[in-house]
Design a binder for this molecule. Structure first.
Ligand SMILES: Nc1ncnc2c1ncn2[C@@H]1O[C@H](COP(=O)(O)OP(=O)(O)OP(=O)(O)O)[C@@H](O)[C@H]1O
Length: 284
């Protein structure tokens, strides 16, 4: 079944004062998909999100969100889109609950929904805390809850787990997977390749305003798996990396028969390694 396309970019380009920040990006994102937009600092991720959310005009090319050209994004589209960026915009002197209530009022959302959402992001027991007293992870989850109040069809997340401890990041991942399964399309930027490999259905690797590779994370890694090899752990604790060859196949067969093989996995590169191979740069 082909799901509906909710974001489409076609040769999208942006120039700031004669400097080219985006050089003709084309991609599509479908409902129920987590799309990872991966690139180092300055590669153009925020610029792309700003264009797709109608905050910045492109220099050339076109893009549509929920069928509407980005130049014409209006209230009807905003009501179906959630945006989480660094700029949290929480009301520091209000409680967690009031921060959501004020938006629920604006959006015409029932208050019972706030409680449900607070439970979902693990903030219900902190609902009376002032926003200024929240930890970074809690504040991040509150911003996410606010973006989810109106149950958006498309969610833009700029580095949603940067600076979070592993268990909070894990909780955010779980929530994102639930949203995706309910049909939300998630456009996610991250530096974190492990996160992308784990979460994303599709990734686009961005370098200096150009998409240098794209596809499902596993397929991208396998494409660069030129020197096929196997990582092997034997019962005598020996760890080996062997090339794909008839000799290796024979050895594996022997270890299997003599019950010496503890673990074996193929040594395809990680997304991080693919990115370095393509660009000569790390994703920091
Ligand atoms: N308002 C602006 N005026 C001029 N140049 C800009 C402006 N905003 C961004 N740029 C430039 O455009 C390029 C892409 O920036 P952008 O913020 O989109 O990158 P990014 O991938 O989001 O980086 P980061 O991960 O650090 O947020 C950079 O070279 C940046 O200096």
């Amino acid at each position: 079944m082909n799901r509906n396309i909710v974001i489409q970019a076609n040769q999208l380009a942006k120039t700031y004062n004669n400097e080219s920040a985006l050089k003709g990006l084309s991609f599509t994102v479908r409902e129920g998909e987590i799309f990872g937009f991966l690139g180092p600092s300055g590669s153009g991720k925020t610029t792309t999100i700003k264009i797709l959310t109608g905050q910045l005009g492109q220099s050339s090319g076109s893009a549509m969100v929920l069928g509407q050209p980005v130049e014409q994004i209006d209230q009807r589209i905003y009501e179906q889109v959630g945006i989480v960026t660094d700029n949290s915009g929480l009301y520091e002197r209000m409680t967690v609950y009031s921060n959501l209530k004020i938006f629920a009022g604006i959006l015409g959302i029932k208050k019972a929904h706030i409680d449900r959402l607070l439970k979902r992001v693990g903030l219900f027991e902190h609902k009376d805390k002032l926003a200024s007293k929240l930890s970074k992870g809690m504040a991040q989850r509150l911003v996410l809850a606010r973006a989810l109040l109106h149950e958006p069809k498309v969610l833009f997340l700029d580095e949603p787990t940067s600076g979070l401890d592993p268990s909070t990041a894990e909780a955010v991942h779980k929530l994102l997977i639930e949203l995706k399964e309910a049909g939300t399309a998630i456009f996610l930027t991250t530096h974190n390749m492990d996160e992308a490999t784990k979460l994303c259905d599709h990734v686009a690797l961005l370098n200096e305003g150009v998409i240098v590779e794209h596809g499902p994370p596993k397929a991208v890694c396998l494409k660069y798996h030129q020197h096929k090899s196997y990582h092997i752990l034997l019962s005598n604790q020996n760890e080996l990396t062997l090339p794909h060859s008839d000799e290796t196949t024979e050895k594996i067969h022997h270890w299997l028969k003599s019950d010496q093989l503890v673990a074996i996995h193929s040594g395809e590169p990680t997304l991080e390694e693919v990115f370095i191979e393509l660009t000569g740069r790390e994703l920091l």
